[in-house]
Design a protein. Structure first.
Length: 321
C-alpha cells in the first residue's frame, strides 16, 4: 500500500522535478518480469525513484546496506521494495547478508518480478560510465543456471544537471541480454567476463561521455528546445509558480545541503524531502485559504500549485550560466 501510494505521488512529482524526460524506447516501460534493469548510477536514489515511477510493473531496488542498520528503517525500506547490498566498507560481518538478498532476488525472478541493480556499484555525479562490478553478472548467471528465463535490460541515465530543479533526463535503453551471451563458456570467470563485456557495450551506447567542464557539449546533448509561444504563454504562470512553491523548495534545499556525508546525494535528497513536505505544505495552504475565504475555490489550490510549478520549470533556464 505504501509503495503504491508513493509511486502515484512520485509519478506526479517527477513530471515537475524533471523538466523533460526523453526515452529512446518508451515501449520497454511496459516490459514484464523476470527482468533485471542494469543501470549506470549517476544520481543516488533519484535513479530508483524515476525508474520505479516510469515502469508499469512494480520494481524492486537494491540499495547500500548501511541505511538498513536500524530495524525501523529496514521495515520501511522493505515496504518500499528495497533490498540491502553490503560493501566491505560497511563491515565485513555484514557481507553474509548479501546471500539473503541474492536468494530474495532469485525468488522475485521466479515470481516474474523486476529488480533494478546499479552495475557500477557506487553513485558519482558525472557523465561517464565507470568500470562495472561483478554483482550484475553473478546474479544473472545464477538465475540462468536455475533455468529462470531472466532478461537483462541495460538502462543508461543521463541528467542535464545534478543540482538544478527542473532538469532534462535522457533514458537510453540498450538491447536486452539473454542467456545466449554466455553460451559456450563453462568457467564462472569467463561467463562473468563475457556478460560484463556485453553489458558494457550496451551501456556505452547510451551513456553520454561529457567532461564536466565542457558546458557547450552539455547544452548540445542534454538541452531540449522550448517553442517561443510556450515561453510566452507560460511566463506569468511560471513566475506565480516560483512565488507559490519557493518556501518548500528552500526548506528542502537547506536540509539537503546539511545532510550528505559524501557527495552525490544532494539532488536525490531535495526530491525525497519534497515528497515528504510538499503534500503537507499544499494541504496547509488549502486549509488556510478555506478558513479565511470560506470558498470552495480553495480546493483548487493544489492544482494551481502543481500547474504553476510545472510552468516555472518549463520557462526557467535549463543550465547554469
Amino acid at each position: 500500500m505504501l509503495y503504491q501510494y508513493l509511486k502515484i505521488i512520485a509519478g506526479i512529482a517527477i513530471r515537475i522535478y524533471c523538466r523533460r524526460i526523453v526515452i529512446n524506447k518508451p515501449e520497454l516501460l511496459r516490459e514484464k518480469g523476470p527482468l533485471l534493469l542494469a543501470c549506470n548510477h549517476p544520481n543516488s536514489f533519484l535513479d530508483s525513484i524515476i525508474l520505479d515511477t516510469l515502469m508499469k510493473q512494480p520494481v524492486w531496488s537494491l540499495a547500500r546496506g548501511d541505511v538498513f542498520k536500524k530495524p525501523v528503517y529496514r521495515k520501511g525500506l522493505a515496504a518500499l521494495r528495497i533490498l540491502p547490498v553490503y560493501r566491505s566498507s560497511e563491515g565485513v560481518e555484514n557481507l553474509s547478508e548479501n546471500y539473503k538478498t541474492f536468494e530474495a532476488c532469485l525468488e522475485l525472478f521466479r515470481r516474474n518480478g523486476i529488480i533494478t541493480i546499479y552495475s557500477e556499484g557506487k553513485c558519482i555525479n558525472e557523465w561517464h560510465l565507470r568500470p562495472l562490478k561483478k554483482g550484475t553478472a553473478r546474479l544473472a548467471v545464477k538465475a540462468w543456471e536455475e533455468n529462470i528465463p531472466l532478461r537483462i535490460l541495460p538502462v543508461a541515465l543521463n541528467y542535464s544537471s545534478f543540482t538544478r530543479f527542473g532538469k532534462n533526463l535522457f533514458i537510453n535503453f540498450g538491447e536486452p541480454i539473454t542467456a545466449d551471451v554466455i553460451a559456450g563458456h563453462a568457467a564462472d570467470g569467463m561467463r562473468n567476463l563475457e556478460f560484463n563485456n556485453r553489458l558494457r557495450y550496451e551501456l556505452e551506447k547510451g551513456v553520454y561521455e561529457i567532461p564536466a567542464s565542457d558546458k557547450n557539449q552539455l547544452k548540445e546533448k542534454l538541452s531540449v528546445p522550448v517553442p517561443a509561444v510556450m515561453k510566452v504563454l507560460l511566463f506569468f504562470p511560471g513566475w506565480l509558480g516560483w512565488l507559490i512553491n519557493l518556501a518548500p523548495f528552500l526548506v528542502a534545499r537547506r536540509n539537503a545541503i546539511r545532510r550528505p556525508k559524501e557527495p552525490g546525494h544532494y539532488d536525490a535528497l531535495v526530491m525525497g524531502i519534497l515528497l515528504l513536505i510538499y503534500p503537507v505544505y499544499v494541504l496547509l495552504i488549502t486549509l488556510l485559504l478555506l478558513f479565511f475565504t470560506h470558498s470552495n475555490w480553495s480546493f483548487c489550490f493544489p492544482l494551481l500549485a502543481l500547474f504553476t510549478a510545472w510552468a516555472y520549470v518549463q520557462v526557467k533556464p535549463q543550465f547554469e550560466k
